[in-house]
Design a protein around this ligand. Structure first.
Ligand SMILES: *[C@@H]1O[C@H](CO)[C@@H](O)[C@H](O)[C@H]1NC(C)=O
Ligand SMILES: *[C@@H]1O[C@H](CO)[C@@H](O)[C@H](O)[C@H]1NC(C)=O
Ligand SMILES: *[C@@H]1O[C@H](CO)[C@@H](O)[C@H](O)[C@H]1NC(C)=O
Ligand SMILES: *[C@@H]1O[C@H](CO)[C@@H](O)[C@H](O)[C@H]1NC(C)=O
Ligand SMILES: *[C@@H]1O[C@H](CO)[C@@H](O)[C@H](O)[C@H]1NC(C)=O
Ligand SMILES: *[C@@H]1O[C@H](CO)[C@@H](O)[C@H](O)[C@H]1NC(C)=O
Ligand SMILES: *[C@@H]1O[C@H](CO)[C@@H](O)[C@H](O)[C@H]1NC(C)=O
Ligand SMILES: *[C@@H]1O[C@H](CO)[C@@H](O)[C@H](O)[C@H]1NC(C)=O
Ligand SMILES: *[C@@H]1O[C@H](CO)[C@@H](O)[C@H](O)[C@H]1NC(C)=O
Length: 558
């Protein structure tokens, strides 16, 4: 009887969802992070139609859009050597136009700084950033929206990905009727079976030449059984032994928007309970007003010191919606189990996501209730579908500060010594195989877990370089890893995780992917051979800087 029921279920499942084979995505970018966006925009300049992206939501751009953080940080650190007082203003070097990715700068200039925020030079409303700054650039791109990956098949050598199975969902109702939190909805995304909310199409990508892991969650790394590190799975920076705590990493955050009303406005009571173990909200050293203007995205006020009626702000606050009690990713064994039993759901901790949703809602109500008298009862959660893309008001996707991280060819990991040093060094280690640049502080939002003491030290981060080897994996020859999935240590990730850096990495990787496809290279690492490397570096430089300009001098000058 049980067997019969199972067979019937299988039959229903196969009737319900259709299967479509796609054999012309030779460069397949998994995931829609800021880095993946950079990659598809550069790849599409060189090959038309054969580069494709699988975006889990209906907004591409990751932390810029679906993770609801259209307040892109830039570096702000100023380094000073104690012995000589030599000073390097890394923040202003980073903001110089000749050190920026031109396309990223162009996208930021479309809306400009509508929020007069103080976290970033330019803060704007997330849905408008998506529709007005990003969408116009997507004219030549091929994007499969609402699509997650389910399974990866390799050739007999086990070193090449040849096929990827994905699930695309089509909403049945209008988005206003779909009001499930991600923690409830995520299993549905990964199920091939039609549900009350979605019909599903199983997509089978064949004839793949190269795969890029541009996902927020490092899913291609896991599903291809590639070596990777997760959390502080290292005893010291750059260690690839995998000995450490893979369930201790950075806090993650579920962002939301708030608006200040002209007059006191009722809010429905908080529909969610407290997170398990309670919550503890704090302004830390700031005031209500300073937090309000920190990531404000729309205002009529002239500057960041003034709060005004009708302001809209993004809440992404360490003392507020940062969720610190559980790690976002499942343990390695639970993750493997999900993969090996063909029950893949991203390998993420649904309890942690649910608690983070509760933490976020609780923070909204706490913040509203702790306003200065002038603003009493005037802070509301922005629940409009057009603004956040969800009816509950929380971001479509959690804002993550790290992902699963590749181990590169020859056990390569970008380590902290290559990006930090004395002010007088001016810049980080100049890798032979450098492709692009970036800089930001080593910025760790701690969870409640144990960190080795080296992680807690202060690291002076220089303007640095990203090498091609950081985009490789030691086990899978045709996998390119970008953004947070790169071959880098936990510490280095804490400094490369910012929007502009991820975008530049993606732009460089798009060229790498196209070059590998067009030259029929059998592995990414073949590109380290001098002739290939020189050509790739020359092409990348058309799109994004590979040298730092400091006081008018280029480092290196090539
Ligand atoms: C560095 O600056 C400090 C304070 O501005 C000053 O006391 C010190 O003498 C300076 N050191 C050198 C080497 O100039
Ligand atoms: C796509 O649109 C952008 C923005 O309008 C434009 O700059 C770019 O040249 C277009 N690309 C192509 C290939 O048409
Ligand atoms: C995954 O890789 C490990 C070695 O890294 C190997 O022992 C194991 O058999 C592989 N598993 C699968 C399912 O391929
Ligand atoms: C850090 O990276 C550099 C450059 O790849 C390498 O020479 C050095 O040995 C690495 N250091 C550690 C501690 O792994
Ligand atoms: C809340 O934070 C305060 C100050 O850090 C601490 O004393 C208290 O134990 C915390 N409570 C909970 C429930 O975490
Ligand atoms: C943003 O602020 C401007 C200036 O106050 C206002 O005209 C506009 O309507 C606001 N936009 C939204 C979406 O609130
Ligand atoms: C704010 O809302 C609370 C709860 O509805 C109410 O008791 C209080 O009077 C309101 N205060 C003001 C100034 O509107
Ligand atoms: C952290 O380390 C201390 C001392 O080694 C240990 O007692 C404690 O249980 C650890 N906490 C966690 C959350 O692992
Ligand atoms: C850049 O130029 C300024 C002004 O001449 C000088 O103060 C500063 O030390 C220079 N910085 C570097 C890194 O050369």
């Amino acid at each position: 009887m049980l067997l019969y029921t199972l067979m019937l279920l299988c039959l229903i499942q196969s009737i319900n969802s259709s299967i479509r084979t796609i054999d012309d995505c030779q460069l397949l970018i998994v995931g829609g992070t800021t880095s993946a966006l950079g990659a598809i925009l550069s790849a599409s300049k060189f090959i038309k139609g054969n580069a494709c992206v699988l975006e889990p939501t209906d907004w591409i751009g990751g932390q810029l859009t679906a993770e609801l953080l259209s307040a892109p940080d830039f570096a702000g650190q100023v380094l000073r050597d104690k012995d000589t007082n030599f000073t390097l203003d890394v923040g202003s070097i980073d903001r110089q136009m000749d050190n920026q990715n031109p396309l990223f700068a162009k996208m930021l200039s479309v809306l400009g700084d509508t929020g007069r925020c103080w976290v970033s030079p330019k803060c704007s409303i997330p849905n408008l950033f998506h529709s007005e700054a990003i969408v116009p650039e997507l004219n030549n791109t091929r994007i499969f929206y609402n699509t997650v990956i389910k399974r990866i098949d390799k050739d007999a050598s086990g070193r090449r990905i040849i096929q990827i199975e994905a699930i695309q969902r089509t909403p049945i109702q209008s988005s206003t009727e779909r009001c499930r939190f991600l923690s409830e909805e995520l299993p549905d995304w990964y199920s091939p079976t039609d549900s009350a909310w979605f019909t599903k199409t199983q997509l089978s990508f064949t004839n793949i030449a190269y795969v890029m892991d541009g996902s927020s969650w490092g899913e291609a790394l896991v599903l291809s059984n590639a070596s990777y590190l997760q959390g502080v799975m290292e005893r010291f920076d750059g260690d690839t032994s995998g000995i450490g705590d893979s369930t201790c990493g950075q806090a993650f955050t579920i962002d939301f928007l708030q608006q200040l009303r002209e007059t006191p406005t009722d809010e429905p009571p908080n529909p969610l309970p407290e997170p398990t173990g309670g919550a503890n909200y704090t302004f830390e050293s700031l005031t209500w007003e300073r937090i309000w203007t920190y990531r404000r995205v729309n205002t009529s006020a002239p500057n960041a010191n003034i709060v005004a009626a009708n302001d809209i702000t993004i809440q992404n606050w360490a003392g507020g919606n940062d969720y610190k009690k559980e790690f976002f990713f499942l343990s390695l064994s639970d993750t493997q189990h999900q993969r090996d039993t063909n029950q893949w759901q991203g390998g993420v901790n649904l309890d942690a996501i649910q608690n983070a949703e509760r933490e976020a809602y609780g923070y909204h109500y706490w913040y509203r209730n702790n306003s200065p008298p002038q603003w009493t009862n005037r802070t509301v959660l922005v629940r409009s579908v057009s603004a956040t893309g969800t009816c509950h008001g929380l971001a479509k996707m959690p804002y993550l500060r790290e992902s699963r991280r590749s181990i590169g060819v020859g056990d390569f990991l970008m380590n902290i010594t290559t990006i930090s040093g004395h002010a007088r060094d001016l810049h980080g280690y100049i890798f032979e195989d450098r492709l692009c640049i970036g800089t930001y502080n080593a910025d760790i939002h701690p969870m409640h877990c144990n960190y080795s003491s080296y992680i807690k030290e202060q690291y002076p981060i220089l303007p640095f370089y990203i090498p091609l080897r950081a985009m490789t994996n030691r086990d899978i020859d045709n996998l390119i890893v970008i953004g947070k999935t790169m071959a880098q240590s936990f510490l280095v990730n804490s400094a490369t995780r910012l929007h502009p850096i991820e975008f530049s990495i993606g732009q460089a990787a798009g060229v790498v992917g196209v070059y590998a496809v067009q030259n029929k290279l059998s592995k990414v690492a073949d590109m380290l051979e001098e002739d290939h490397l020189k050509r790739v570096q020359t092409l990348v430089k058309i799109l994004t800087p590979a040298s730092w300009t400091i006081n008018g001098t280029r480092y290196p000058d090539d």
